[in-house]
Design a protein around this ligand. Structure first.
Ligand SMILES: *Cc1c(COP(=O)(O)O)cnc(C)c1O
Length: 426
C-alpha cells in the first residue's frame, strides 16, 4: 500500500490556487489597506491557522469532549481562554465562535426566546447586521428595534433611554461597525438596568483599542461581551464571547455547542492563542495608541481640506466621511480611491438619501496600515492623496499618478515576504 497523503508544498501540489494566493499577496502588499475592519495578522498567527489542528475534531469543551485525542486541543483552548481573560480582565470566555456573527447568534440563542424584543443600533447608522437588521437572523427571529445617531453623528443617550423605555427590550446591544466616537458603556448599563434588559456589548471593531487601554472597557457594565478576533485584535478570523456571570456563561457554552455550532476550529483557536499572546506584549499599548493617533491625523487633514467628517473627528480607528449635499457618492469615491490603490468602503452616513449600494459616505480605517508601521508622516501624505482624488473624482490620470506615488510608500513598509508560509513537509 502507498500513503495517500500528498506532501508537496502548495506551489507544486496546486499551482492554480497557489497563483491566486500569490496575486492576493501582491494586492495586499501594493495596495493601502484602509478598510476599518481589516488588519494584517503575523506570520506566527498564520502558521497556527495553517497547522495540523485543522485535522482535529474536538466537539465539547476542554476535559469534556465527545472525541478522544483531545489532550493538546484542550491545552491550546485553555491557553487561549486564559490569555483572553487576562487581556480583558473577565471571569469567563468562550473562544469557539467561528465568527463575530456566530458569537452574536449564540448570545441570542442563550438569552432569548424566538420573538423576544431586542434593541440595537440601526445598520444605516453604524450598527451591524446581527444587531437586528431585517436580512439577518437577528431581525427575523426576534422583534428588533433600533436607535441611531443624531445629525451631529453622536449617539444621544437620552434618546436611547426614551426608546428603551417604550420598547422594553430583553437585550440592549451596544457597539457598532461604523461609529467613530467613544461608546459610553456606563450610560448604556444605566439604561439597561432601568428597563430590566441584559446589556450586550459587541466590541468587534474596538476590542484591540480596549485591550490597549485607549478606549473605555465594557467590563463592569455589560452583562455579556462579544468580539471578532480579526479586526483591531489582529488575530485569525473568528469570534469570542466573554462575561463574568456564571449562569450566563453556562448558557453561552451550550448555545455555542451544541445549539449553533458543531466542532470548534481548533487551528483557529490555536491562532487566537497566538494573537492574544501578542496583545499581552507591552508593545500592544503602543500599537493601539498609534492606531488612534493615525486615525486622528487622517480626520484632521481631510477636515482641513474641506471634507465633512461625521461627528467632526474620531476617538478610535475609523473616520467616516460624508458627501451629503455634494455630487460625490460613496460608490464613486470608493472606486476612485481603489483606482489609486487605496482600499476603503462606501458607507451610509447620517441623513443619507442614497441606497446602501451607493451611499453618501466612505469609512476609512487606520488599524492595518499602523500594523505595517506607518505613522503621522505617511498618514498625512495618504490623507492628502485621498483629498486630491476626491477633489476631482473623475480624473483617472491623477489616480494613476497617485497610485505610483503610494506604491513607493507601501514598499517602505513590507509585510509578508511570501504569499504562503512554505512550511517544510516533515
Ligand atoms: C464585524 C462585526 C461583526 C461580525 O463579524 P463576522 O466575523 O464578520 O461575522 C459583528 N459585530 C460587529 C459590530 C462587527 O463590526
Amino acid at each position: 500500500m502507498q500513503s495517500y497523503l500528498k506532501k508537496d508544498t502548495l506551489d507544486i501540489a496546486d499551482k492554480e490556487v497557489y497563483d491566486i494566493i500569490c496575486d492576493e499577496h501582491k494586492r495586499q502588499t501594493d495596495h493601502l489597506e484602509m478598510i476599518a475592519s481589516e488588519n494584517f495578522t503575523s506570520p506566527a498567527v498564520m502558521e497556527a491557522t495553517g497547522s495540523i489542528f485543522t485535522n482535529k475534531y474536538a466537539e465539547g469543551y476542554p476535559h469534556k469532549r465527545y472525541y478522544g485525542g483531545c489532550t493538546y486541543a484542550d491545552k491550546v483552548e485553555l491557553l487561549a481562554i486564559s490569555r483572553v481573560k487576562q487581556i480583558f480582565g473577565c471571569g469567563y470566555a468562550n473562544v469557539q465562535p467561528h465568527s463575530g456573527s456566530q458569537a452574536n447568534m449564540a448570545v441570542y440563542a442563550a438569552l432569548l426566546d424566538a420573538g423576544d424584543k431586542i434593541l440595537g443600533m440601526d445598520l444605516s447608522h453604524g450598527g451591524h447586521l446581527t444587531h437586528g437588521s431585517r436580512p439577518s437572523f437577528s431581525g427575523q427571529n426576534y422583534q428588533a428595534f433600533t436607535y441611531g445617531v443624531e445629525d451631529d453623528g453622536y449617539i444621544d443617550y437620552e434618546k436611547v433611554r426614551y426608546i428603551a423605555q417604550i420598547v422594553k427590550p430583553k437585550i440592549i446591544i451596544c457597539g457598532a461597525s461604523a461609529y467613530a466616537r467613544v461608546i459610553d458603556f456606563a450610560k448604556f448599563k444605566e439604561i439597561a438596568v432601568e428597563v430590566g434588559a441584559v446589556l450586550m456589548a459587541d466590541i468587534a471593531h474596538i476590542a484591540g483599542l480596549i485591550a490597549g487601554g485607549v478606549h473605555p472597557t465594557p467590563f463592569g457594565y455589560a452583562d455579556v461581551v462579544t468580539t471578532t478576533t480579526h479586526k483591531t485584535l489582529r488575530g485569525p478570523r473568528g469570534g469570542v464571547i466573554m462575561c463574568d456571570d456564571p449562569d450566563i456563561a453556562k448558557k453561552i457554552d451550550s448555545a455555542i455547542f451544541p445549539a449553533t455550532q458543531g466542532g470548534p476550529l481548533v487551528h483557529a483557536i490555536a491562532a487566537k492563542a497566538v494573537a492574544f499572546g501578542e496583545i499581552l506584549d507591552p508593545l500592544w499599548k503602543d500599537y493601539a495608541t498609534n492606531v488612534v493617533a493615525n486615525a486622528k491625523t487622517l480626520a484632521d487633514v481631510l477636515a482641513s481640506r474641506g471634507y465633512d467628517i461625521v461627528s467632526g473627528g474620531t476617538d478610535n480607528h475609523l473616520v467616516l466621511v460624508s458627501f451629503v449635499g455634494t455630487d460625490i457618492t460613496g460608490k464613486i469615491a470608493d472606486e476612485a480611491l481603489e483606482n489609486a490603490g487605496i482600499t476603503t468602503n462606501k458607507n451610509s452616513v447620517p441623513n443619507d438619501t442614497r441606497s446602501p449600494f451607493v451611499t453618501s459616505g466612505i469609512r476609512i480605517g487606520s488599524a492595518a496600515l499602523t500594523t505595517r508601521g506607518m505613522g503621522e508622516n505617511e498618514f498625512k501624505q495618504i490623507a492628502n492623496s485621498i483629498a486630491d482624488i476626491l477633489d476631482d473624482v473623475n480624473d483617472t490620470d491623477l489616480q494613476q499618478t497617485i497610485k505610483t506615488r503610494l506604491m513607493d510608500i507601501a514598499k517602505n513598509f513590507p509585510i509578508y515576504e511570501q504569499a504562503t508560509q512554505q512550511r517544510s513537509n516533515t
